[in-house]
Ligand binder design. Sequence first.
Ligand code: BMP
Length: 255
Amino acid sequence: MKYSERAKQCVNPTAQRLLNLMDEKQTNLAVAADVTKKFELLKIADTLGPEICILKTHIDIVEDFDKELIDELQNLSEQHNFLFFEDRKFADIGNTVKHQYRDGIYHISDWAHIVNAHTVPGPGIIDGLKEVGLPKGRGLLLLAEMSSAGTLAKESYTKETLKMAQENKDFVIGFITMRQLLDDPCFINLTPGVKLAVGSDSLGQQYNTPEEVIYEQKSDIIIVGRGIYQSDDPLAEAKKYREAGWQAYQKRITT
Ligand code: BMP
């Protein structure tokens, strides 16, 4: 099914918006902007914005963070039509994550269309995040699997995570996963650990290619960080990933 056909079946407005945006803009590329300075983050958002469906942030690594950064990022998101995914990986009890999502320095729920959570605390984490995010039309991804070597997110942990998602379809819009885990068009699968060549880094990250992730494993969105922002020409490299991810999607929906 095309992303936009899937959008019609979803109840969550962020899921609908993302799936429609991907087909309209013809991109299933999310860039992981893991940089520590405002100007670097803004440069990535402005230069790569036209190529991506999602800008994935780790806002707490930005050393000179201030409110203006969010204002400027929001302007760029409107100008280039991409969504924000704050990769906060909430992992506490419902009451605590509610505050972490809404309050503090970052006020994540005010600007991040999408956030994610570990399921290790149990379903209360979803309830807490939902209290804040659902009235704002936000979406949540659950970490069903991870890309790193030796991850404990597998087998029964992954299965329980899927169950929690199915019980919260109004707010949970998909998964961080290495593959499609459920045959349900409303769950969007996002896969990190993507490079044009298979490999690993020195700290446990493991890489697969866009073709493997989107075509073979039937995931929906490739998340690419260092493969793009550490290259000599990030824009040219982003275009390569965009093309590879889109071709793999075209091949999947036509075969
Ligand atoms: P890189 O492409 O540079 O390896 O970056 C991958 C990005 O995806 C990082 O921001 C990391 O935090 C995130 N990520 C991951 O690598 N594996 C996971 O299982 C979950 C993640 O969020």
